[in-house]
Design a protein around this ligand. Sequence first.
Ligand SMILES: *Cc1c(COP(=O)(O)O)cnc(C)c1O
Length: 405
Amino acid sequence: MKSWIEISAQRLTANYRLLVEAAADTSVLAVVKADAYGHGAQLCAPVLAQAGAAWLGVTDAAEGAAVRAALTAQGVSPEQQPRVLVMSEAHDEDARLTLEHRLTPVVSSVLQMQSLAHAARERGIQLVDVHLEIDTGMARQGVAPGDDLEEVLQWLIQQSVVRLDGVMTHFASAEVTGSHQTAQQRRLFEQAILQVVSAGLRPKWIHAGNSSTIDNQNDEAGTGESPLCWLRKLAHMAEANPMVRSGLSLYGYSLPLECEQNYAGRSEPLVHPCLQPIMTWKARVTHVREVEPGMKIGYNGTLTAARSMRLALLPIGYADGLRRELSGTDVRAGGWVLFGSQAAAIVGRVSMNLTIVDVTALPSVAVGDEAVVLGKGITAEDHARLAATIPYEILCGIKAPRLLL
Ligand SMILES: *Cc1c(COP(=O)(O)O)cnc(C)c1O
């Protein structure tokens, strides 16, 4: 194999357990959408189920079906399988997969629920659980509290096929402590939950937030409550179970907590220092060459050898998710890879399927040797910094065969 990704089941389990412990009385939904953030949902979902996850989160019904198939293939019986939440709003054609694979869809409109109810009746299914998303200020998905929510609630109580199993919202700035936006979103969510309860509905689950919500133990918005403490109280009031949805932290990362301007609270992250990246991306050297001083290296000759150099060629590039911003040029140092514990700088432009690294100081590097491209000391945060993006985008972009260790 020219390049591959090793996924550590042990680290994934350890990260999950750490999150469960930190979330205390709040359940943790393990997000495996976008192919488990590039780590392979087929590999990660069974490990998480084994670790005790009661809920998994996917983007669409097709991902949900693939997760069910992976769980079944790993011998997890239907009764023992976690519930699977489909977090992006469904299209009509998703109803079939949703029902067939016992997925729990996120909904926000009567139209959507009508189409589900119709598909259920056609199949003789008596009851479909849904989670209702409330838009508390992201202008993305969900129904607004107030009249729009009331219409949805009135429809729900007048029929018997669709059951409101959960109510959820999503925060725009969970990693910002003392965020005014989060405070506003909380107030709207509280209002929505009151509306749900007043309508006589009793959802089992109330969920909000992401990895940063677990990480942030600050007294938010001067209320004396951490985000999870707030969530627990709200769920308790509605006689429901609180749940938080974590993705990035499962894979060993989380965003640094930021402080809103003029916010005097603390901001030490709770779990981040203890998380371990579960992915190690490796590639094998396919060629080694010596170049003379003055030789231009790679596309557009953006780097000129100032001395004799020894260059190793790796058979990966931006098509595999190695970002082009990691290129090392005469004006800018770029990314690096590791041979054992020793770093080799990326030199010249990262090409589509090839990358050159400087092994002048590593005379033992030979064709067939393994280079660590990411993991074991090189983090997705390192790549993200160079590429001016977030670790999420780096991880999702990596394409290589995956092995579960
Ligand atoms: C992706 C996602 C999450 C997980 O976010 P992380 O920052 O990766 O923990 C939680 N909730 C929703 C609705 C999401 O789409």
